[in-house]
Design a protein around this ligand. Structure first.
Ligand code: PSU
Ligand code: MN
Length: 305
């Protein structure tokens, strides 16, 4: 049997010694952020972790091999090559064909879980698309998080999606959702979506205790930590609402469907906002990476007890 994935030396060493590790996804780099800012961002996210003693594990499929932890060349490849967007179901196909792919939240969480990386930072999760009652377009991010025992830090889901519907599906899938110091679920660029969730958590240590209890119960789901951007950093709500409607109308007019929808909307919105949405997007990701690093630290400390 070929090895199903490769763990970098740095990540393997950290895991073996119980040091904190945070997984990072690659679709946000290759399909969610424009070049050349995407490469700067990929390096910056890793550096934020390294600066606080946390080992970054950026995940992608390179030449058919899923990799947990990339070297500098691997990071440059996910930013600069035109890689396919890879969800969980694409992994065996990429593997057999020996081709590369940037992993979505679904595929990243799956691979992180297999490798024993317990905390994962992203920007926003995929979810239930508007009109999903007719198209069935619901991101595999949701069903994957019901299987991967990984804690994902995300600023909720974008308002391009059906936020209430996404929260309903997460309830059905029994995925715990906790707000970080809030019960108002964030809508990515905006601090609050107006949708309420049941629980908030106050500290990384509390999240680590939730993880430990989840493990003890043995149910195996991931945990979503909804981490809102502070309101002084959010996108201006009026501009957000205007650009969002424009983007949805344009996707509809151009007949964009399936896995192309999310990348299309993201890049359209960057252009239509004159880059403003991109700056907020980067702040969101940094904010999530920092919190994920703290959670990974708390998790290591708890495991040592
Ligand atoms: N949401 C964001 N930014 C992103 C994505 C989602 O705010 O970059 C990416 C993630 O990689 C996520 C994927 O896993 O899009 C979801 O795509 P789909 O809706 O096709 O499942
Ligand atoms: Mn989809």
């Amino acid at each position: 049997m070929p090895q199903p994935f490769l763990v970098s030396d740095a990540v393997a060493d950290a895991l073996q010694h119980g040091r904190p590790v945070v997984a990072l996804e690659s679709t946000i780099i290759s399909h969610g952020l424009p070049r050349p800012r995407n490469l700067e961002a990929a390096k910056e996210f890793e550096q934020i972790l390294l600066d606080t003693g946390v080992t970054p594990a950026t995940i992608a499929v390179l030449d058919g091999i899923p990799r947990i932890g990339l070297d500098a060349d691997g990071v440059a490849r996910i930013a600069n090559e035109d890689m396919v967007k890879a969800s969980v179901r694409d992994l065996p196909i990429l593997s057999a064909k020996g081709i590369s792919g940037a992993t979505t939240v679904a595929a990243t969480a799956y691979l992180a879980g297999k490798a024993g990386v317990r905390v994962f930072a992203t920007g926003g999760l995929g979810g239930v698309h508007r009109g999903a009652n007719a198209t069935f377009d619901e991101s595999a991010d949701l069903s994957s998080l019901a299987l991967a025992g990984v804690t994902v830090v995300a600023a909720g889901v974008k308002s391009v999606l059906d936020i209430a519907g996404t929260l309903e599906r997460l309830e059905t899938l029994s995925v715990p959702v906790v707000g970080y110091r809030t019960t108002n679920f964030p809508s990515f660029w905006l601090t609050e979506s107006g949708e309420q969730i049941d629980w908030s958590v106050e500290s990384p240590a509390e999240i680590a205790r939730v993880m430990r209890s989840q493990d003890a119960l043995g149910h195996g789901q991931g945990i979503i930590v909804a981490n809102p951007l502070p309101s002084d950093l959010q996108w201006e709500p009026e501009e957000h609402d205007r650009v969002l409607l424009e983007a949805l109308a344009e996707a509809d007019a151009q007949g964009i469907r399936g896995k192309a929808v999310t990348p299309f909307l993201l890049s359209y919105i960057v252009g239509a906002s004159g880059g403003r949405s991109l700056e907020v997007n980067l702040d969101i990701a940094r904010n999530n990476v920092r919190l994920a690093g703290e959670i990974a630290g708390a998790w290591s400390a708890l495991a040592r007890e």
